[in-house]
Ligand binder design. Structure first.
Ligand code: SF4
Length: 275
């Protein structure tokens, strides 16, 4: 699930420009649109550039494809990372069979030294899968489960997420293209907000972002303001009312800060293809 983020085209990358994660893992690529938030999907735009390029990983453009040869990749990354799962697709697309989803979850369960961020717009399918896999207890807390919503018409996705037996639940409200209104944040552990980027970016009104931030503050839910958006992700910066908002689920702050420092010390925080 990748919305309007600009990443240097990776479909499996050990580092990434996305502010709220460390790496991406794409054992599925390609998707189909499901709501207005998909209109200018970056993953589609990127993938379609290579349709017909023989031998390229995106030779088939944005057609949905399973990539079983990538299923074990995180097991080979020994350093703990925060991994965005399927940045170039949606894991809970109806054409991804549950027995294939099983294989991803097996990898995630084994690779317990990472944190995985699973993000979908197919929220009812996520709920049904997770509750069947973890009927008695919550999903392991290193597997974060999230939904993406673009405005207040998509609150049913939040309800479905809340119904899922998740250890950590998060909302990615990006691209924010309309007001969310009142959000029930009960059981939600993290909220990300961002404006759209790209050549057809739809602008985000400041009051829409403030309204969400203020609800998070009132509910003591960590709030992460990713970007205003524009032609490029960094076009408008990421200050909201004079400061950055980079809050994380509480247990993760220290660990991530330490890892980021290590990365800076190594001088290697750059996106790269890892095909
Ligand atoms: S669900 Fe995500 S990956 Fe799929 S089309 Fe929509 S924005 Fe793109």
């Amino acid at each position: 699930m990748l919305r309007s983020v600009f990443v240097l085209g990776q479909y499996m990358a050990r580092t990434t420009a996305i502010e709220w994660t460390d790496a991406t893992w794409n054992p599925v690529t390609g998707c189909t649109k499901i709501s207005a938030g998909c209109d200018f999907c970056y993953a589609e735009r990127f993938s379609e550039r290579f349709r017909g390029v023989h031998g390229h990983p995106f030779e088939h453009g944005f057609d949905l494809r399973l990539r079983p040869e990538r299923l074990k990749q995180p097991l080979h990354w020994r350093e703990p990372r925060m991994i965005f799962v399927n940045s170039m697709s949606d894991l809970f697309h109806k054409r991804v069979p549950f027995d294939y989803v099983d294989r991803l979850f097996e990898t995630m369960e084994q690779a317990h030294w990472h944190q995985f961020q699973v993000l979908t717009k197919r929220s009812s399918r996520l709920r049904d899968y997770v509750n069947a896999r973890y009927p008695e207890a919550s999903a392991p807390s290193h597997i974060w489960l999230g939904i993406s919503a673009e405005d207040g018409t998509k609150k049913s996705r939040i309800r479905h997420l809340r119904q899922a037996n998740a250890g950590i639940r998060f909302l990615s409200i990006e691209p924010l293209i309309g007001p969310m209104g009142q959000i029930d944040l009960d059981g939600i552990h993290w909220v990300i907000v961002g404006g759209e980027s790209g050549p057809k970016a739809r602008s985000m009104q400041p009051e829409w972002a403030r309204e969400i931030r203020d609800q998070c503050k009132a509910a003591n839910v960590p709030f992460f303001f990713k970007q205003w958006g524009g032609l490029r992700p960094k076009s408008g910066g990421r200050d909201l009312d004079g400061r950055e908002w980079s809050e994380w689920p509480k247990l993760q702050r220290h660990r991530r800060a330490r890892r980021k420092q290590e990365t800076q010390d190594g001088g290697a925080a750059r996106d790269h293809l890892a095909a």
